[in-house]
Design a binder for this molecule. Sequence first.
Ligand code: CTP
Length: 223
Amino acid sequence: MEDNKRLNIVITAGPTQEPIDIVRFITNSSTGTFGYMIAQVAKEKGHNVILVSGPTSVKLPDYIEAVQIRTAGQMYETVKRNFYDCDVLIMAAAVCDFRPKQPLVTGKIKKEEGIPILELERTPDTLERLSRIKENQIMVGFALEVSELEEKAKEKLKKKKLDLVIANKISSSVSPFGEKNVDVIIIDKDEKTNPYSDISKKELAAVIVDKVEALSCKGQKIS
Ligand code: CTP
């Protein structure tokens, strides 16, 4: 790939874990598969990729630089550190929206002490915070919705000033997790909607990388 087309892409993947005590935590369902696939596709196309990953058991090829994090707070700090120099941020991670307000950071809650009542607080929203300071970075987010998929995904697109949102439907019988084909809609910032039905995650990863290439200033300068 020519240097002037090569993009610096930060991709997040996997869940975050928010500690309750030293052995317990709150997390989200996510295998990390999809974020890792996007990282592989982007790298294989010649882009510079930094993968920021929550805890997963997905194997990653050595040629991808990965920063391992655990919590939503660490996710935010790590992405922010790499944000100024990036052209594209793809937030495929399933970041926990809430965390225990007062985790027991050095101990373990004992049963004898009774049933704990957890007070939760919001975690930093990486996409939302970085959308406030963004310059020319292309920002891609995901939306997982149980109903009114398109409307809610469009709300997220506007609220987080995204260039693209990939919207997935989830219900008790339909789950997008793991290595399986999915039905998604991709909405761009002009609210143009493209549906993709029964598409493999590898193919979808390629569609997303193609779209960010087309959106990037670097790509436009060349073509
Ligand atoms: N996200 C983030 N920081 C968070 C939470 C989410 O950057 N603390 C990102 C995710 O990686 C994803 C998008 O924001 O790209 C999802 O937006 P969000 O509003 O959190 O959607 P849901 O997780 O579906 O939450 P809600 O229950 O509010 O619909």
